[in-house]
Design a protein around this ligand. Structure first.
Ligand SMILES: *[C@@H]1O[C@H](CO)[C@@H](O)[C@H](O)[C@H]1NC(C)=O
Ligand SMILES: *[C@@H]1O[C@H](CO)[C@@H](O)[C@H](O)[C@H]1NC(C)=O
Ligand SMILES: *[C@@H]1O[C@H](CO)[C@@H](O)[C@H](O)[C@H]1NC(C)=O
Ligand SMILES: *[C@@H]1O[C@H](CO)[C@@H](O)[C@H](O)[C@H]1NC(C)=O
Length: 964
């Protein structure tokens, strides 16, 4: 059914069921005719009625239960929104015939309890003592909880003829009008029961302070939340007016109920039966007392009702209510009830629609100062003798009227009840507009003039009060969002209605026509950004408020937009199921970007289809540092420098890390400078060096990388020595080399390379006849590759300088005459360092030029032995030089005969002792000279450890052929 049809249908109901005549602004509608599903003739269904928001409770005291005639039942009807549906039937667990269970009923307004009077029930052996039953609502069912009886009950008390329960469920009052008090039969009593949480305890027995026989105190009762009880004694005499009637007000002072006031009618007369019915409002202090036998002018038994109001300390008769269309014998006031807004009064014997005794009910509305807005209710299907109005009750703006003698089909006096509600004449609100504001919406509607109305909104299965809307030029506005109104979120279709309500009366006007809108997609949740390397940005988020994909319109896709101060906007689209993205394009390093995301409900993401935007900003990471360069100093010391990266932020730190193939020589540190030096542990090793710029949170940017190889360490020369046309060095082993490169320089040019492969401590010597008396500089360094090249020599080489000795004279031979000795020998080459020869004959020494290899010593004595020695001199004289060659010796006899000589060193055995002394002296001199020279050279090599012992000379024959 669409809204328009629904509206027409409701209008039809209003026309069909408008069985009321109203002088008020309210519209009264009969919304239900309640009939029991198992009714029988004479049930008196409707003898008593009560109602709450969801239930109507109807007493049917003459109903048969099983074989028990007139045991009585109570029918519970439930309001399902549009209809009253019979829901449960309550009966007494201990019921008997003629109990009249249901003669009186009352439901507590919070729907926790139903109390049912059975005034004719037998208690023990006491006939008609009476009982009252308490049923409790357990949520799904109503359970008989307790059976109340009077502690002092007697035969024929009629306990339960009238009953009442306070709205706060604290007290129950039960009338027993026929109870004897002292010697006064039927003076009547009322019993107060108090709820202690689990049980109802008889708390007090109320009697009239001025009671007398047959007053029938307790014929009618009522009790309020505000601690007042009212008890009617309709047959009490007032001074000389017999059976004029009285009503008694008792007040609970906290511990006791105290008789507070005795009410009588200001215009009462004999036989009025004031107090035949009583009613009390729960919250505001109003009392109503029916006086159905009162005459109105000359109309006998037309009936009256008296309205009393508490003026602070006293109950004041405020109004005497009569029917505007009353007639004799109507018995207006036979039943009454009152709330703070309405009173309802039954006139069950009134003629309606020309039907005698069909009955009427009258509603008087409290307009604040008076109760004179009258509405007359009558039943839609009334017949003669229905007694519509035999019982009445109300709940806010809903009213129930019992017609206990109505015929149902062929069952006479089975009884019916009728429910009326007022849909009110509060005008309908019209919505000017409602607009979606992403996950919330705002509405504008017209003000209803006339009263202080509240407004309610309907968008999600229920009406919700609108708190403090803004009023501007007769237009109200209000923003509705989930912080104050439940279930408002983005991307949802709403059908919104607004109505005005009079909360005091609990009535509302008709709902506005619906305004349909779809809220725009909500903002995504938990947007989070993080910067990645290569200037990328990672975005993650959670879905916006549900519903997402199943609703109409659904979330179609997301848009992410980003830009920096200086760049254009980039927009990208992502599928609706995504919760993360990585932004890669058009991004600069070290730049602040504002990133926004929103959902779209349509392919085209414009206007209403565009969801709420959430933004955040982030700096991209630093880019690479500029000009990273590293150099090697001293084999394994690495020195690196760089410049800060571009962008607006200056790095707080740099992460400097290096690594080699050996994980032990890897490290990563934070520094603040743009240079860093470190000593690597591994020679001849490739190191990878990474540098990145970082912010104060150690978010580090792109990594600049450089590779650099360390050099070999220097082999330390431990010992060296120049020999005869040869030298020797030994040196410490170094790591990670492919052998060693030896370079020997004897002047301006390198003239010897020798690649050697040795393990352990290395000794190197050259034994070939290199020129003596030449300053040689020997460099040794490791080879970092298998082919070793001079160009690799550098800081990682060690050098030492030495001079080799001259060689010895070979083949010295002499011939003699009587007075001369002539010697010759094989000379050395100039290139071998020769400066000349020293020829000694005994103590006479001659320096000879280098081209002389022959010398004749004259003027000798005949027949003497002369010791001849010749050595190659490294000097221009014959002072002993450590670099000069070793002498060759020969002993020669002057005799005229030539003497064949042998080599000097092997022929000494045959030489006289004096001749042997000379070479010893010469050797001693040489040794001293060597020591002196060494001492002179030492400061140049202070870093070299001298071994304690000289090593043996070892020739390196396999390389010697390379000697130039
Ligand atoms: C009612 O009375 C009839 C006839 O006496 C009997 O058969 C039946 O069992 C009774 N039913 C109950 C519920 O007592
Ligand atoms: C209410 O009472 C009925 C009948 O005794 C029982 O079946 C049901 O479980 C009760 N519900 C609760 C909520 O106690
Ligand atoms: C209520 O009264 C009953 C009966 O006297 C008693 O057993 C129960 O303990 C009382 N409960 C409380 C909460 O006082
Ligand atoms: C209530 O009234 C009784 C009886 O008059 C009295 O004894 C009691 O003190 C009163 N309690 C209070 C709280 O006033």
């Amino acid at each position: 059914m669409n809204n328009k049809t629904l509206f027409s249908f409701l209008t039809l109901i209003l026309i069909l069921f408008n069985y009321s005549i109203s002088t008020t602004g309210l519209i009264w509608t009969q919304t239900g005719i309640l009939i029991s599903n198992d009714g029988q003739t004479n049930d008196d269904f409707g003898q008593s009625v009560s109602m709450s928001e969801n239930y109507a409770v109807i007493g049917s005291p003459k109903s048969q239960v099983g074989n028990n005639t007139e045991q009585g039942k109570v029918y519970l009807f439930q309001n399902n929104g549009s209809n009253w549906v019979q829901y449960l039937t309550l009966t007494a667990s201990d019921g008997n015939s003629s109990d009249n269970f249901g003669f009186s009923v009352q439901i507590s307004q919070d729907e926790n309890y139903i109390i049912v009077g059975a005034f004719a029930a037998k208690v023990g052996s006491n006939y008609y003592q009476g009982k009252t039953y308490i049923f409790q609502n357990n949520g799904t069912n109503w359970i008989e909880k307790q059976i109340l009886t009077a502690s002092d009950g007697n035969v024929g008390d009629f306990f339960g003829y009238s009953i009442g329960i306070s709205q706060d469920d604290n007290y129950i009052i039960v009338g027993a009008y026929a109870a004897q008090v002292g010697n006064y039969s039927e003076q009547g009593k009322a019993y107060i029961f108090q709820n202690n949480g689990t049980n109802w305890i008889e708390k007090q027995i109320l009697t009239a302070s001025d009671g007398n026989s047959s007053n029938r105190f307790g014929w009618s009762v009522g009790i309020s939340q505000s601690n007042y009880a009212i008890i009617g004694a309709p047959f009490a005499n007032v001074v000389n007016s017999s059976e004029q009637g009285k009503s008694y007000v008792f007040e609970n002072n906290g511990t006791n109920w105290i008789e507070n006031q005795i009410l009588t009618a200001s215009d009462g007369n004999s036989g009025d039966n004031f107090g035949y019915s009583v009613g009390i409002s729960q919250d505001v202090d109003y009392l109503i007392v029916g006086s159905p036998y009162a005459n109105v002018s000359d109309k006998f038994y037309q009936g009256k009702a008296y309205l009393f109001e508490m003026n602070g300390s006293n109950w004041i008769e405020q109004e005497i209510l009569t029917a505007s269309d009353g007639n004799a014998g109507d018995f207006f006031g036979l039943s009454v009830q009152i709330s703070s807004n309405f009173s309802i009064i039954g006139a069950p014997y009134a003629t309606a629609n020309n039907n005698t005794y069909q009955g009427k009910a009258y509603i008087f509305q409290n307009n604040g100062s008076a109760w004179n807005d009258e509405t007359i209710l009558f039943s839609s299907d009334g017949q003669i003798g229905d007694y519509f109005g035999k019982s009445v009750n109300l709940y806010y703006s809903s009213f129930i009227v019992g017609a206990s003698h109505a015929n149902v089909n062929n069952n006479s006096f089975e009884g019916k009840s009728y429910v009326f509600t007022t849909s009110s004449s509060i005008p309908q609100v019209s919505i000017q507009s409602c607009v979606s504001l992403f996950s919330q919406f705002a509405c504008y509607w017209n003000q209803i003039i006339g009263s202080n109305f509240d407004y309610q909104i309907y968008y999600d299965q229920q009406w919700i009060s609108i708190q403090n809307p803004l009023l501007n030029n007769s237009i109200y506005s209000q923003l509705f969002n989930s912080s104050q109104y439940p279930n408002i979120s983005g991307n949802v279709d709403y059908s919104i209605q607004i109505r005005a309500c009079d909360s005091f009366m609990n009535v509302c006007g008709d709902a506005s026509n619906p305004w349909n809108l779809t809220t725009r997609i909500d903002s995504v949740k938990n947007l989070s950004l993080s910067a990645l390397l290569n200037s990328q940005i990672s975005v993650s988020w959670d879905y916006p408020d549900v519903p997402l994909f199943n609703s109409t319109p659904k979330l179609d896709h997301y848009i992410i937009s980003y830009q920096s101060n200086s760049s254009n906007q980039t927009q990208l689209s992502f599928p609706n199921s995504s919760k993360s993205a990585i932004l890669t394009s058009n991004l600069l390093s070290n730049t602040n970007y504002s990133v926004s995301i929103w959902g779209c409900s349509n392919e085209e993401c414009l206007n209403q289809n565009q969801g709420e935007i959430v933004s955040n900003s982030i700096f991209t990471l630093f880019g690479k540092v500029y000009n990273l360069s590293c150099s090697i100093s001293n084999s394994i010391n690495i020195e690196c420098n760089w410049n800060q990266p571009s962008g607006s932020r200056i790095p707080t730190n740099y992460t400097f890390s290096y690594s080699s193939n050996d994980s032990n020589d890897s490290n990563s540190i934070q520094i603040t400078t743009t240079s860093y030096n470190f000593t690597a542990l591994i020679p001849n090793e490739e190191y990878t060096i990474n540098v990145s710029a970082c912010d104060s949170n150690l978010n580090c940017g792109d990594i600049s990388t450089i590779n650099i190889k360390t050099k070999l360490t220097k082999p330390n020369i431990l010992y060296w020595n120049g020999g005869i046309q040869e030298f020797q060095i030994n040196f410490s082993k170094i790591e990670r080399n492919y052998g060693y490169l030896i370079s020997i320089d004897n002047g301006n040019t390198w003239n010897h390379f020798d690649q050697i492969n040795e393990s352990g401590e290395n000794v190197y010597g050259i034994k070939d006849n290199i020129p003596g008396n030449v300053l040689y500089t020997i460099l040794i360094s490791g080879c970092s590759e298998s082919t070793c090249n001079i160009s690799l020599l550098g800081p990682s080489s060690s050098s030492v300088s030495m001079i080799a000795k001259l060689g010895n004279i070979e083949s010295l031979s002499c011939s003699s005459t009587e007075t001369s000795i002539k010697c010759n020998w094989n000379g050395l080459l100039l290139s071998e360092g020769l400066k000349g020869y020293c020829f000694s004959c005994n103590s006479t020494t001659e320096f000879l030029n280098s081209n002389q290899t022959e010398f004749t010593q004259n003027n000798l004595k005949e027949g003497e032995v002369y010791l001849i020695s010749v050595f190659a001199s490294a000097l221009d004289n014959c002072l002993a030089s450590s670099y000069s060659g070793s002498p060759s010796y020969l002993a020669v006899l002057t005799a005229g005969n030539s003497v064949q000589t042998t080599s000097s060193s092997s022929s000494k055995a045959g030489v006289i002792a004096a001749a042997v002394i000379v070479p010893i002296v010469v050797i001693a001199i040489v040794i001293i000279a060597i020591v002196l020279i060494r001492k002179k050279k030492q400061p140049k090599y202070t870093s070299v450890d001298q071994p304690s012992q000289n090593k043996l000379l070892v020739s390196h024959d396999d390389k010697s052929e390379k000697f130039d």
